[in-house]
Design a protein. Structure first.
Ligand code: PMP
Length: 355
């Protein structure tokens, strides 16, 4: 088996993949595939209901919030958030911490005014800005909790005077959160929740329906809430595999237990990066991500050879994003700590060889 450090679509638990494969051939012994039954059948309705219930349980979602499984990826939410929450003459505040945050705020500009209240763009997004004031007259404040490309993460969330909207695509379900601090949370499934094809949205009902805009049904959160994510045919396979992944997470002890594992994995890797003279980290220490660990070779000429060594050891997906270079080890929930140790061993072997 390979050690899968890919940034996304990322590693899924092996047992989930096996269950999903079974369900594709014969779902729960009914003699039909999960892919060839009506989404309105009791069988699929039970899958969706369990997925929603697991999200509520795992994240302790309070009353007054709706849980949706939508389509179009997190990138669609970049537009649906302002479409639904930003009146034409209104203003939205954004924290610019990377390319994804930047794409989100660009979409918002199509719907109203956007204020970038802080940005780390000038330093290639190697840290999370902390010194800023969130304007109290904004319709909402948008953050990206984990910056997949750069390997930075907000370890503390700001207190916002206006509804806080968070893109949690790459760290949802990796640690406990207080949903009540947020107006809306969204996350593409394909890192910690399941396969690409569905996007989780958790929204506080009372912030909806205030823009005075007519919104096409598929893009209108209240319509999706009313339809229970079934205004149209939902992405049945992606929801099914997400449900299986959330079941797996619950059986492991939920987000509290997985947070401990994630920290152990990240800490072991950062200790090695800081210790090993051939490698160095690129981001501010306080803002280092527990999900995407970015680093480079102290001598850039070594990078190709290290990637070749990784390849020999069945370590895949560690090449850094083109805008950062070097390496990115994504250590999502499903990646076992044994894979992290294989990577650390490779780094040590590489240092021995290049003394
Ligand atoms: N936000 C973040 C933080 C991401 O990491 C990604 C994808 N890697 C996206 C948004 C875009 O997601 P999608 O491809 O589902 O539109």
């Amino acid at each position: 088996m390979k050690h899968n450090f890919g940034a996304g679509p990322g590693i899924l638990p092996h047992e989930v993949l096996k269950q999903a494969a079974e369900g594709v051939v014969d779902f729960n012994g009914i003699g039909l595939s999960i892919l060839e039954i009506s989404h309105r059948s009791p069988e699929f309705e039970a899958v969706l209901a369990e997925a929603v219930k697991l999200v509520k349980e795992l994240l302790n979602v309070p009353e007054g919030y709706s849980v949706l499984f939508l389509q179009g990826g997190a990138s669609t939410q970049f537009a649906l958030v302002p479409f639904n929450l930003l009146p034409q003459d209104g203003k939205a505040a954004y924290l610019e911490t990377g390319v994804w945050a930047n794409k989100a705020l660009k979409e918002a500009k199509n719907f109203g005014n956007v204020e970038i209240i802080a940005s780390s763009k000038a330093d290639n997004f190697t840290y999370i800005p902390k010194d800023y004031t969130i304007p109290a007259d904004a319709s909402y404040f948008h953050i990206t909790t984990n910056n997949t490309i750069y390997g930075t993460q907000l370890h503390e969330y700001p207190k916002s005077p206006v509804p806080m909207v968070a893109d949690m695509s790459s760290d949802i379900f990796s640690h406990p959160i207080n949903v009540a601090d947020f107006g809306l949370i969204y996350a593409g499934a394909q890192k910690n929740m399941g396969p690409a094809g569905t996007t989780l949205v958790i929204v506080k009902n009372e912030i909806l329906g205030k823009t005075g805009r007519t919104i096409p049904a598929m893009f209108d959160y209240p319509t999706q809430v009313e339809g229970g994510s079934m205004y149209n045919t939902p992405p049945v396979f992606a929801i099914y595999v997400s449900m299986l992944t959330l079941r797996w997470l619950k059986a492991k002890g939920g987000v509290e237990a997985i947070e401990k594992e994630n920290k152990a994995k990240a800490d072991a890797l950062y200790v090695e990066i800081d210790r090993n003279p051939l490698f160095k980290a690129v981001c501010a220490k306080d803002d280092r991500s527990y999900m995407n660990v970015t680093f480079v070779c102290t001598n850039p000429e070594h990078e190709k050879a290290f990637l070749e060594l990784c390849d020999e050891k069945d370590i895949v997906g560690v090449k850094g994003h083109r805008s950062v270079g070097g390496f990115r080890a994504s250590i999502y929930n499903a990646l076992p700590i044994t894979s992290v140790h294989v990577l650390i061993d490779a780094m040590q072997e590489f240092a021995e060889k290049n003394k």
